[in-house]
Design a protein around this ligand. Structure first.
Ligand code: ZN
Length: 406
């Protein structure tokens, strides 16, 4: 229920008490919450509802059957137009939500009713303000019975993650494979609540990188000696750890995270490729980039985080070999990118990217171009450039396979 609230609630009450001491003329002692935005992110793995408010929301949640529904009562809130239009956000093909109903239950309480299409496991949590987001109450709806025909490990990994049980330190060797195909996992960055960088003309990084990843996937599918998977193939937010865990669960040989860069100076442009560093960054720019990319979890919104990963010295040796392979893979892709776009950095840079932390999978992050640069933003939207990037990534992978004879 809403226990997770208590610390911020306490802080809030403290804050109100302080304000009231200063301003005795204020009427009433309860802060009134305002709903500032409501979003629904339907996806096959889970649907997320985000309620964004000026102050943290105090809520209670319970489930009812026939029909299956989830009821959320929010305290000290008046129904406004933002919230009363919530049902218009539900898409007909949402796998989980049939409809959303909202009403003023009593003077102080707003009731939100989620009518369901199937049994769900709800996961609710709150997020503190970050970036342009204010306080968020997040309702994630996972299927109660994951379909058994689906061999995608994503749902199981998300479930483990939500329970805080996702272990990345398990490094048992993958089972023998039936063929020798090289398994490539493509990771389009960001998604769902996390738009990634946004261009001058409002192009969203999460959309562009998904389009590019699909093009790379289509090229790899034509290669008889390669198998390809994607961490996400829809507009869904996935925690960084889950992306890494999915690559490992699929026994990836190579992991390629695809992004579009941004900087506060619009002149910044060009392509670059990054690998993990466990011992500091190769430049302050690389360190800054890793820091902003690692914020993805907070922006997209996770109920748990924490990284016990690099403390395991036993993994250091594995990681060393992997990092040197990542640098070779990165150099191969960079050499191909050079043919289609000026390079922002002429060598593979390194920093502590959380999404590159699979200890045994050579992993790189490709910054295809700068979405914050107006000319490159325009280019990133074109099928022609997206296809060139896709081909460059494929040729880089091929170069690596040849060199490493995998
Ligand atoms: Zn990014």
């Amino acid at each position: 229920m809403s226990d997770s609230f208590s610390p911020s609630r306490r802080l809030l009450i403290k804050g109100i008490a302080a304000v009231c001491l200063l301003s005795v003329s204020r009427v009433g002692f309860t802060a009134q919450a305002q709903m500032v935005a409501v979003r629904v992110w339907p996806a096959s793995s889970y649907t997320r509802i985000t309620l964004e408010s000026n102050i943290p929301l105090v809520y209670r949640q319970f489930a009812l059957t026939s029909p299956d529904r989830i009821v959320i009562d929010i305290d000290d809130l008046n129904l406004n137009s933002v919230l009363s239009n919530i049902n218009t956000l539900v898409q007909a093909d949402d796998p989980y939500i049939k409809q959303l109903r909202v009403g003023q239950f009593d003077k102080k309480t707003v009731r939100l009713v989620i009518e369901l299409k199937q049994g769900v496991n709800p996961n609710m949590f709150t997020l503190k303000p970050i970036a342009e987001f204010k306080n968020r109450l997040v309702v994630d709806l996972y299927p109660a019975r994951p379909s058994s025909i689906d061999d995608d490990p994503l749902l199981a990994l998300l479930e483990e993650y939500n329970k805080g049980e996702l272990s990345q330190t398990d490094h048992t060797p993958p089972p023998a494979r039936s063929n020798n195909a090289v398994i490539v996992v493509l990771d389009p960055g960001h998604g769902g609540e996390d738009p990634g960088a946004i261009g001058y003309n409002k192009t969203r990084e999460k959309d562009i990188v998904l389009q590019i990843a699909r093009r790379v996937r289509d090229l790899i599918k034509k290669e008889p000696t390669m198998t390809v998977y994607m961490t996400r193939n829809e507009d869904v937010f996935l925690p960084l750890k889950v992306r890494v865990a999915k690559a490992r669960a699929l026994h990836a040989d190579l992991f390629i995270s695809i992004h579009a860069d941004a900087f506060n100076r619009r002149e910044a442009k060009g392509s670059s490729v990054y690998a993990l560093s466990t011992r500091g960054a190769s430049s302050s720019a690389a360190s800054y980039l890793a820091q902003t990319q690692n914020e993805s979890d907070e922006i997209g919104g996770v109920s748990r985080s924490g990284d016990e990963y690099l403390d395991h010295t036993i993994l250091d040796l594995v990681q060393k070999t992997t990092t040197s392979n990542s640098l070779v893979l990165g150099a191969q892709i960079l050499a191909q990118m050079k043919k289609i776009n000026p390079l922002h950095k002429k060598t593979v840079e390194q920093a502590g990217f959380a999404v590159l932390k699979a200890p045994d999978v050579p992993s790189v992050l490709v910054e295809t171009a700068f979405i914050s640069n107006i000319a490159e933003e325009r280019k990133l939207k074109t099928a022609a450039f997206q296809n060139q990037v896709a081909k460059a990534i494929l040729d880089g992978i091929k170069g690596y396979i040849k060199l490493r004879k995998i």
